[in-house]
Write a protein that binds this ligand. Structure first.
Ligand code: NAD
Length: 457
């Protein structure tokens, strides 16, 4: 008998151990895959209306448990209670949205000579979902809901640091009547459980959200097995502010576009590009907005930003702001226990400074001026990433030109919104591959089968 691999789950706002979770090893992963493989044979044959009903019951169970799920995320991930409630509601909405899919998974009837030609959207089989620690609930839900709706069975591997809400979602699915083995939550190490999803022949698809570095390894491993993969990776998104914008609104909202979730957001607008003619005016408006961000106890309803996820992550974030860094201004952060880091604005910043080129994944933003529209687009696109971004202007033509020119999957004009469960989400360039959410997500969990039926006598 090998010793169980026990992992202490820590509250990042207090540094206290909340609970201990047993991490699965290779044998547990293989056993989970075998259960999921067996469950697939029955789940795919559940009548569409019954699969839809079960998913609606699952969504209702999540809805009834929202406060509990939110409290778990406040404790486990240090998310503000406001954000955590939104995340639990988002998980419910995504499951409910895809509950409509089993009855609408249409194929096509294609005109051919000598018979009838129809297509079927067939499920893939067992889907392995690897989730990061920054948004444990929504990211699990974005994959598991369309995958289950399309008739696949799913194993979710939460991040080591944040397994609690995923485990709860698994319990709620069972309570709602989703059969055993159809959705399993398996806490474990990425290099063990996550890696086994890549190599196990019965896992037919991997959905990975996390760092670009690990995403490349997963893609290489899946390539060797011709296994489809969806990747949602890092970002270094630009918030582009033109001189004709509503500067007061652009400056008041810019902190929340990057400091939300303490900057641990793949869509964080961590580069602010400001037209040179209004740069100083913008900075003067930005300063009080940044100093006004309420950082503190995430359970307090008024708090706008909580701690970072871990001491190691805080050290990594801090490494981008050495003593010699040009800190324009800073917000506040509590003293004492907890992995706190204050909202930090860097300016002026060189375009080759790692703080301007690399994903920091913390509450650090760099502001740089640009000359004109062409210069703004050039700077925005001078990155290997392409996930999201914002464009602030009152000129509709410019808003559309720049939206088409910026190489990113999710843009917002005069807003910082990136995510709606009804619209597609995903990255350009090294920010990812494939799209989640919206009507397109089902394509990622089905394959098209063509059947020709002869009408010849
Ligand atoms: P990470 O890549 O270290 O880990 C992500 C997940 O992968 C974890 O569950 C981890 O256990 C697992 N993992 C690690 N090594 C693995 C391996 N060799 N094989 C299989 N699985 C492995 O990333 P992180 O630090 O947890 O998350 C932060 C990153 O996630 C950031 O770069 C961020 O931009 C990205 N992210 C992207 C999106 C998006 O939608 N594009 C959303 C959230 C986070």
């Amino acid at each position: 008998m090998t010793e169980p691999d026990l992992y202490e789950v820590v509250n990042p706002a207090t540094e206290e151990v909340i609970t201990t979770v047993e991490l699965g090893g290779a044998a547990e992963t293989d056993a989970a895959v075998a259960r999921a493989r067996a469950a697939f044979d029955t789940w795919r044959r559940v009548a569409p209306a019954d699969r839809a009903r079960l998913l609606r019951a699952f969504a209702a169970a999540v809805d009834a448990d929202r406060e509990h799920l939110a409290a778990l995320e406040v404790a486990n991930a240090g998310h503000t209670i406001g954000n955590a409630r939104w995340e639990a509601g988002n998980a419910r909405d995504v499951i409910e949205y895809y509950a409509a899919a089993p009855e609408r998974l249409f194929g096509r009837q294609i005109p051919v000579a000598g018979g009838l030609d129809v297509t079927f959207q067939e499920p893939l089989g067992v889907v392995g979902v690897i989730v990061p620690w920054n948004f444990p609930m929504p990211i699990a839900a974005w994959a598991l809901a369309p995958a289950l709706a399309a008739g696949n069975t799913v194993i979710v591997k939460p991040a080591e640091l944040t397994p609690l809400t995923a485990l709860r979602l698994g319990e709620l699915a069972l309570q709602a009547g989703i059969p055993e083995g159809v959705l399993q939550i398996l806490p474990g190490r990425g290099t063990v459980v996550g890696q086994r999803f890549v190599t196990h022949p019965d896992v037919r698809k991997v959905v990975f959200t996390g760092s670009t570095r690990v995403g490349k390894e997963i893609m290489a491993g899946c390539a060797a097995r011709v296994k489809p993969v969806t990747l949602e990776l890092g970002g270094k998104s630009a918030n582009i502010v033109f001189a004709d914008a509503d500067l007061a609104r652009a400056a008041a909202t810019a902190p929340y576009a990057v400091f939300d979730n303490a900057g641990q957001d793949c869509c964080a607008r961590s580069r602010i590009l400001v037209e040179a003619s209004v740069h100083d005016e913008f900075m003067a408006l930005l300063e009080p907005a940044v100093r006004g961000v309420r950082v503190g106890d995430p359970a307090d309803e008024k708090t706008e930003m909580g701690p970072l996820i871990s001491a190691a992550h805080r050290a990594r974030v801090a490494s981008y702001v050495p003593d010699a860094a040009a800190v324009a201004f800073r917000g506040t952060a509590p003293d004492g226990p907890g992995f706190w880091y204050p909202p930090t604005v860097l300016a002026p910043v060189r375009h080759d400074d790692p703080a301007f080129t690399e994903e920091i994944f913390g509450p650090v933003v760099a502001v740089v001026p640009f000359r004109d529209e062409e210069d703004a687009v050039r700077i925005a696109n001078a990155t290997e990433y392409g996930l999201s971004g914002s464009i602030w202007t009152r000129d509709v033509g410019r808003a559309l030109r720049v939206s088409r020119a910026v190489e990113a999957g999710n843009l917002s004009v005069n807003s910082h919104s990136s995510v709606r469960y009804t619209t597609p989400f995903g990255g350009f360039k090294q920010s990812g591959l494939g799209r989640e959410l919206g009507p397109d997500a089902l394509d990622a969990f089905t394959q098209t089968k063509n059947v020709f039926i002869s009408t010849e006598e």
